[in-house]
Write a protein that binds this ligand. Structure first.
Ligand code: PGA
Length: 253
């Protein structure tokens, strides 16, 4: 059985390195016992050097919340792929809705995906509609996000791709407002269908598809059992060690 992936997106939290270390310690213990889950912690950039140095060789992998598509140069405030590789980071989130809402277009997401997939890093490509409409325009919106991001990407590079489906209307809410497992399952089928049109069925089935949006201990079981997903991208619940450990345990069973 392929391991499930549980990704903790800490976003712009916590406020100090000592709190970040404490949170990491709180998750580290349980991960040594998980056989069916690969845990990925994605802290803010500034904590990566200390955390990767201290905890390297652990069962937990590290990721970054964003990346720039050029390797070096005059790009104030940006972080490049070689820098992340030097930090022993394995995963990078591309096109999170919170970045898109700050101006990241499908074109920029494409440039980033292209750069990440030609490196050794795994890209976690986030897609998700803002809202649902009765004429189902949101499906074209999602298709566009996926198709543009993966334009001209060779099929062989898809082994380093993870798609995270995160509908914006479910992010940062409570478990009652998250998507139901049947809806998630439908979306997984939709995403794989689009991937299959471009890359063929075999490749489409091999790309892990995660769900994100108010995953909490209370809804994780249904989503993982019935949603046909490869794992979760967890936001606020990953900042509480007990909640996150509970989610990991649920996914592991
Ligand atoms: P949430 O965030 O779990 O707090 O809804 C998920 C995300 O934005 O990645």
């Amino acid at each position: 059985m392929k391991k499930k992936l549980v990704v903790a997106n800490w976003k712009m939290n916590p406020e100090s390195l000592s709190e970040a270390e404490k949170l990491f310690e709180g998750v580290k213990k349980i991960t040594t016992r998980l056989k069916n889950v690969q845990t990925v912690i994605i802290p803010p950039f500034v904590y990566l050097p200390a955390l990767t140095k201290k905890y390297k060789g652990n069962k937990i992998s590290f990721g970054a919340q964003n990346v720039f598509f050029e390797s070096n140069g005059s790009y104030t405030g940006e972080i490049s792929i070689p820098m992340l590789e030097d930090m022993k980071v394995d995963y990078v989130i591309v096109g999170h809705s919170e970045r898109r809402s700050m101006g990241e277009s499908n074109e920029i997401v494409h440039k980033k995906i292209k750069a990440v997939l030609s490196s050794g890093l795994v890209a976690i490509l986030c897609i998700g509609e803002k809202e649902r409409d009765s004429s189902a325009d949101y499906l074209s919106f999602l298709k566009e996000e996926l198709v543009v991001a993966l334009r001209l990407i060779p099929k062989t590079q898809l082994k380093n791709l993870v798609v995270a489906y995160e509908p914006l209307w479910t992010i940062g809410k409570t478990e009652d407002e998250a998507m139901k497992s049947e809806q998630v399952h439908e979306m997984v089928i939709f995403i794989r269908k689009i991937l299959a049109e471009r890359f063929g069925k075999r490749v489409a089935m091999s790309v892990p598809v995660l769900y994100g949006g108010s995953v909490e201990p209370g809804n994780a079981k249904d989503l993982i059992k019935e949603g046909e997903i490869s794992g979760f991208l967890v936001g606020h619940a990953s900042l509480n060690k007990d909640d996150f450990n509970e989610i990991l345990k649920i996914v592991n069973t």
